[in-house]
Write a protein that binds this ligand. Structure first.
Ligand code: SF4
Length: 377
């Protein structure tokens, strides 16, 4: 089963040669431990940079090989930026511990959102946990929390050792689950974790093999991701899968069929807590950045409509084809598996599943219920 080089599980996808340390970030245990894992890196202590300074610094230090360690001053826990009420959002919470990723997917939305060119790790973890303590005290509220919205949750985990720190916290939480989302196989910290893993979910973003090869930079292959998922499942983690973004291209049916078949050679349907699906979408201003960063891609070449949230999307007929096909394929192997859409309208829910959540709260409640009802074997 293990077709992945074991060494890959413990390899960071990002090995910076320079570390910029904000003066406020000096002395934190996380700063020290990251620096100790990069003994040959050049360390430069800087003042907290303004946006203009970040541009200047990026001319001096290449963002491809530089890590920025900072201290976060704002809120760590944020609502997922589900952008319009007409599209159903699962009301996920983002634990904002870092920014950026070097995997290099052509479709990455971060290209259009971030004004900080450096992969950034916030080191004031105690402030994050103190905020979580205060937030999680609210009675009767259940939280689904993820770290993989403004970054990949695990791509540099061997460098940060963050996943075990998060497990220390969430492994004991009764009213919150943590979801770590990745396209890497840097799971050594998860497999070796000695304590309670609680209800933690490890999720992989999946796509067609051709999309993985052409559009997902140096992400792990689909086989590698699924092998890693099977190993995490053996260790007791719940597994989530995300088909996002689904792309429409010549031969997409065969390609997505292949990926779905691969899922079920590595996992049983009962190993998977949920699968989310979302068709390709992007803010119009991202198009030029995307083309400049990835001149060979043609993913924005087709016709798109402008959705109510301002994003460019495939026409609903194309989305419908993609969704129906994928859902049918998954259901052939796992008829009862919970599948949901990320940011899709109620008409396409209805067309695909024959039902639709009345509002975001209802969708959120369905996902919460998956967390309570998932029975570990
Ligand atoms: S793995 Fe995620 S965060 Fe990283 S480049 Fe790809 S889409 Fe962006």
């Amino acid at each position: 089963m293990n077709s992945v080089n074991v060494d890959k599980y413990s390899r960071s996808l990002f090995r910076p040669t320079t570390v910029l340390v904000e003066d406020e970030a000096s002395g934190y245990p996380l700063t020290e431990s990251i620096l100790s894992r990069l003994p040959n890196a050049e360390v430069v202590v800087i003042k907290r940079p303004t946006s203009e300074n970040l541009v200047r610094l990026s001319q001096q230090f290449s963002p491809d090989t530089t890590l920025l360690l900072g201290s976060h001053r704002g809120r760590f826990l944020k609502a997922c930026p589900g952008t319009a009420e007409s599209y159903r959002c699962c009301l996920y919470q983002i634990l904002h511990l870092g920014l950026g990723c070097n995997i290099g997917c052509s479709y990455c939305v971060l290209q259009g959102y971030l004004n900080n060119p450096f992969i950034t790790q916030f080191v004031n973890l105690d402030d994050a946990f103190a905020e979580l303590d205060r937030e999680l005290e609210r009675p009767g509220v259940f939280y689904r929390i993820g770290t993989g919205e403004f970054t990949d949750s695990l791509f540099m985990d061997p460098l940060t050792g963050l996943a075990p720190r998060l497990l220390d916290y969430f492994g004991r939480c009764e009213n919150a689950v943590l979801e770590l989302k990745t396209k890497s196989v840097a799971i050594a910290g998860l497999l070796d974790y000695p304590g309670e893993i609680g209800e933690t979910i490890v999720s992989w973003s999946l796509n067609a093999p051709q999309v993985c090869k052409k559009e997902e930079g140096h992400a792990a292959t689909i086989e590698e991701r699924l092998t890693a998922a099977a190993l995490c499942r053996q260790r007791g983690y719940r597994i989530g899968l995300h088909f996002d973004p689904l792309l429409y291209f010549t031969g997409w049916q065969d390609e997505y069929r292949q990926t779905v078949a691969s899922i079920f050679t590595h996992l049983e349907g009962s190993d998977i807590i949920w699968i989310s699906i979302g068709a390709f979408r992007f803010m119009p201003q991202v198009k030029e950045v995307l083309k400049a960063n990835h001149p060979k891609t043609n993913i924005t070449a087709g016709e798109f409509i402008r959705g109510i949230d301002g994003k460019q999307r495939y026409f609903s007929d194309i989305r419908r084809q993609l969704y129906r096909f994928l859902v049918t394929e998954i259901r052939r192997y796992a008829p009862d598996l919970f599948i949901y859409f990320c940011m899709e309208d109620k008409y396409l829910w209805q067309d695909t599943f024959g039902f639709a959540p009345a509002d975001n709260q209802e969708l959120s409640h369905w996902l919460d219920k998956c967390c309570y009802c998932f029975v570990d074997k």
